[in-house]
Design a protein around this ligand. Structure first.
Ligand SMILES: NC(=O)C1=CN([C@@H]2O[C@H](COP(=O)(O)OP(=O)(O)OC[C@H]3O[C@@H](n4cnc5c(N)ncnc54)[C@H](O)[C@@H]3O)[C@@H](O)[C@H]2O)C=CC1
Ligand SMILES: C[N+](C)(C)CC(=O)CC(=O)[O-]
Length: 503
């Protein structure tokens, strides 16, 4: 079992846009996944979604992910779900089809398996109608791409047990998602209620030639779309009410709700002419980019946004960024029990990728990100010698007091970075380390970092000797590394070479 998750085996019925995203989400959380999808290209489609998901995760986090789960394609629903702890149904949005497939799942899955439906709008009570064990069926409505967007609306039907809802939430939370329990079932739950309203209005605006699809998308993405990623609707409007907040906002804009600002009650007729009009405008907007290319652009942008949110609220993280931060802390804590290091060579403690947010105006990894990777490598070294969260919380740590970086080559977006770490010296208070950063599969050396750290009593704010077990672990590494070649650039100072004396 992946130590990350309370489950180790999932089954996915349907491997299209959403099923593929669930498959990737589970696999990347270390969960084995069995899949049933009768589509002749199902394996190719899932492989492509998975490749995009792995790329996105590589950009999203440098935290140590669990070993990827095993992926197996099966020939029937029964075989797929036979040993599953969580079954996720993601077949097309038709009540008759979903009921039939869910009945098959219900008949073959273990009695304690959770059964989630990805439905965007069908009520769980309607999905439960023909099940023998309806208590374990719930809606788990995700958002596309499932592997990056963390939210899942958990909606119980009349027969769903509270235990099912609690277990589902615990599994989702454990794999870095945000399971939100919707208090009462209605068609389309919360998210799609909102999206449908916007979508319906947007279709009218195109049909009535108020704007084209590109203009409509610009209106969203250059304005309220940016706001929504971080504060949603109510918190955004609270601020829009000025110092008097929400009450003033409601007083000022409440009456507008009575004005003819919306055509929401009418559903646009999606006749051939309108479909062709929207299709043609959408083709022009794509500018020749394929769906997979657009997915990759979307994913890079989402990663950048989530990473920005991770730095929000003075570094504590905000919204989806805070969720990622907490997830990474769990991953790091879990990696704390690192396998014994190979001491016959510099330690390879960090591997990451150049993230979109790391690229500067020169089109390459910006300078302070080099220090970030070296900092991550130093942190990994400290955990290896026992300076973990418990040690830090008990009042001791190492602080970096001097750094010398050498920038030797560029790193481009998405390149794999590998950092090796050599201990150059250590005593009871000091630790002298040398990192080398290499890029790409050819391991091109792109930077070195030399750092002096001091062991501190963080409450007293002064240097003090490291604890005996930390010191012992450090000595083992330091002695082994003393046998390695010392980097010739270690100890180098920065400065202009003195001009040659005049002849
Ligand atoms: N596409 C989206 O943006 C979102 C969709 N959803 C929901 O997810 C569900 C699936 O939607 P998509 O993935 O978009 O559709 P899709 O058309 O991309 O995928 C559906 C998959 O189900 C497979 N399938 C059909 N009959 C099957 C059967 N009897 N057994 C197993 N597999 C079968 C198809 O071959 C196809 O690969 C729907 O309920 C939808 O409402 C939820 C959130 C977002
Ligand atoms: C269009 N849709 C109703 C299938 C959308 C969703 O259900 C959620 C999403 O990802 O936007």
């Amino acid at each position: 079992m992946s130590a990350l998750s309370p489950i180790s085996r999932a089954a996915c019925i349907g491997g299209g846009v959403i099923g593929g995203g669930w498959i990737a989400r589970f696999l990347l959380a270390g969960i084995d996944v069995k899949v049933f999808d009768p589509h002749p290209d199902a394996q190719r489609i899932v492989a492509e979604v998975l490749a995009n998901a792995e790329r996105a995760y590589g950009l999203l986090t440098g935290a140590p992910l669990p070993k990827r789960g095993a992926l197996t394609f099966c020939a029937s629903v029964a075989e797929t779900v036979a040993d599953a702890q969580w079954v996720q149904e993601s077949v097309p949005e038709r009540l008759d089809l979903k009921r039939r497939v869910l009945a098959e799942i219900d008949a073959a899955a273990p009695a304690d398996a959770l059964i989630g439906s990805s439905t965007s709008g069908l009520k769980p009570t309607d999905l439960q109608a023909e099940l023998t064990h309806p208590g374990r069926l719930f809606v788990a409505h995700p958002y596309n791409p499932v592997y990056l967007l963390p939210l899942v609306e958990i909606v119980g039907g009349a027969a769903t047990t509270p235990e099912t809802v609690a277990r589902a939430k615990a599994v989702l939370d454990a794999i870095g998602m945000k399971g939100v329990v919707i208090a009462r079932e209605i068609e389309a739950f919360v998210g799609d209620r909102l999206l449908e309203a916007l979508w319906r209005e947007a279709l009218w605006l195109i049909k009535d030639d108020i704007c084209d699809v590109e203009t409509l998308d610009d209106v969203i993405r250059y304005s309220f779309g940016l706001r929504w990623a971080q504060m949603g609707l109510f918190q955004t409007y609270r601020i829009a009410g000025g110092e008097a907040g929400m009450r003033h906002f409601l007083a000022q804009f409440g009456p507008c709700l009575q004005w003819p600002w919306t055509k929401l009650t009418d559903v646009v007729d999606l006749d051939e002419a309108l479909v062709e009009k929207i299709g043609a405008q959408s083709d022009a907007q794509a500018g020749g980019l394929s769906i997979r290319e657009l997915e990759r652009i979307r994913d890079e942008n989402l990663v950048g946004i989530v990473q920005a949110l991770k730095a929000g609220q003075g570094g504590e993280g905000w919204g989806a960024g805070r969720l990622l931060k907490a997830f990474e802390q769990r991953l790091w804590a879990q990696a704390g029990a690192a396998p014994a290091a190979d001491t016959a060579a510099p330690l390879e403690l960090v591997q990451t990728r150049v993230s979109p947010a790391w690229i500067d105006y020169n089109g390459h990894m910006t300078e302070h990100r080099y220090l970030q990777v070296f900092g991550d490598a130093t942190d990994a070294l400290l955990r290896l010698i026992g300076v973990d969260l418990a040690y830090v919380e008990a009042g001791h740590s190492y602080y970096t007091v001097e750094t010398h970086l050498r920038h030797l080559d560029e790193a481009k977006l998405g390149e794999v970075l590998t950092c090796t770490t050599q201990i150059l010296g250590a005593d009871e208070k000091r630790l002298h380390v040398f990192h080398r950063l290499c890029a790409g599969p050819e391991r091109r050396e792109i930077a070195t970092g030399e750092h002096m750290l001091l062991h501190v009593d963080s409450k007293a704010g002064r240097a003090c000797p490291a604890a005996a077990p930390v010191r012992a672990a450090l000595d083992v590494l330091a002695q082994a590394h003393a046998a390695l070649d010392r980097p010739i650039v270690a100890g180098r100072s920065v400065g202009l070479k003195a001009p040659a004396p005049a002849a």
